[in-house]
Design a protein around this ligand. Structure first.
Ligand SMILES: [Zn+2]
Length: 402
């Protein structure tokens, strides 16, 4: 009887694995925006097989496989999976993420990211001992989460930001050689980019800026390996260092400055610099509502200038550092400067293009099956970008509203 039981167990395991792998998921009946500039396709069908979009079209024109798992999307809107290009896996819940039980991690991933439609995120600074194993567990299917990309941080000497606990050891560099070594080491352990603190916030004390020659040394290492470099600019000098050292992405707007100068805008354009506005972050940094209003007006103005200058805007919230998981406020603040379709682009096509993810950002045959089902049309009301009914990554439902 032993062989029979073994055979049964193997048989059950075999079929469970086969159905999980080969599951075909179909979204049926929603209105579809294949990309931010496309007209809406009503009564759409999206077929996903083996993690890839295998067919897209109008109901009746597309064959729905008989064994498919069909998700009824009537009255809803289907768009490509969202990117959050500025997050942190640093909250206490992620400690020992390599070995901690999966359920609470999936639960928190849902609260922080997947219930807001995120299928790809850039972690711009965390403990790789926790976050790299977290990525592996998501890839294995143990934890339902987004695709994670990581940027290793480099700080200027004496520039340990006031908001990072003193006991956390940070890579502070004093010379270009040290920056070169740190950049190489970060990429060697599997990080996907570098983040430089070209300006570090020191509270009551002056901002500590990074020497442009140090920034340049790290950028050269990253660019030689085809990896992007982000920067936390903090002040005008930090922005100038971004431009002088050919950094790719401003990880924040600059709350202390009212506007970018014409000269900065011209050089952003020449360099192809991208901007992550993180506007809702600036609602949390001071208590005085008048000051907050000034910060929001200034950073919103920078976003408007940057976008009108033709720059690439990438959606990002600094969530994990902030506890504002709900993305409603961010999309509303962005919408003061951008159209609904531009905000959607900052979540989808802009990051896919900028980070060279050729099979992401659009709902088209042959693209990755990363999708979001929204309760309402985001082009008629931008707040609908935060009303997520389901999130699908690589053809697997990683969040579904009950
Ligand atoms: Zn951050």
């Amino acid at each position: 009887m032993i062989w029979l039981r073994t055979a049964l167990v193997l048989g059950l395991l075999g079929s469970a694995v086969a159905s999980a792998d080969a599951e075909t998921v179909v979204l049926r009946g929603g209105s579809l925006y294949a990309s931010p500039d496309a007209t809406a396709l009503p009564d759409a069908v999206v077929v996903m097989t083996d993690g890839v979009i295998s067919a897209v079209g109008k109901f009746g024109d597309v064959q729905v496989p008989a064994d498919a798992r069909v998700i009824d999307c009537s009255g809803k809107t289907i768009v490509a999976g969202f990117w959050n290009s500025h997050v942190h896996f640093t909250e206490p819940v992620w400690r020992n993420a390599g070995t901690a039980p999966a359920a609470p991690l999936t639960q928190h991933m849902q609260e922080m990211l997947t219930r807001w439609g995120f299928t790809t995120v850039w972690d711009l600074g965390s403990d790789p001992g926790d976050s790299l194993p977290l990525r592996q567990r998501i890839a294995k299917g143990e934890i339902a989460g987004p695709t994670i990309l990581f940027a290793g941080n480099i700080f200027p000497k004496g520039g340990h930001p006031v908001y990072i606990p003193r006991e956390v050891q940070l890579p502070e560099v004093a010379t270009p050689e040290e920056a070169t070594k740190w950049a190489r080491d970060w990429l060697a352990i599997g990080e996907d980019g570098i983040k430089l603190f070209t300006g570090a916030f020191m509270g009551d004390k002056p901002v500590v800026n990074m020497d442009p020659a140090i920034a340049k040394a790290a950028v050269e290492v990253a660019h030689a390996q085809g990896k992007p470099v982000f920067a936390h600019p903090q002040n005008k000098v930090g922005v100038e260092t971004v431009i002088a050292s050919d950094v790719d992405v401003l990880a924040h707007t600059t709350p202390g400055e009212r506007a970018y100068t014409d000269d900065q805008l011209a050089r952003f354009k020449a360099h192809g610099t991208a901007l992550i506005p993180t506007l809702s972050l600036f609602t949390t940094v001071v208590l005085d509502p008048n000051v907050t209003n000034r910060l929001i007006a200034a950073t919103g103005n920078q976003l408007k200038q940057f976008s009108e200058n033709g720059g690439t805007v990438l959606f990002g919230t600094d969530v994990g550092f902030t506890q504002i998981y709900d993305t409603t406020q961010e999309v509303e603040l962005m919408h003061r400067a951008l159209s609904e379709r531009q905000v959607l682009a900052s979540l989808t096509t802009n990051p896919a293009t900028f980070f060279k993810a050729a099979k992401k950002g659009r709902v088209e045959t042959g693209f990755d099956a990363d999708l979001v089902v929204l309760d309402g049309d985001p082009v008629s009301d931008v707040r609908n970008l935060a009303k997520v009914s389901a999130t699908i990554r690589a053809g697997h439902v990683i969040y579904q509203k009950r």
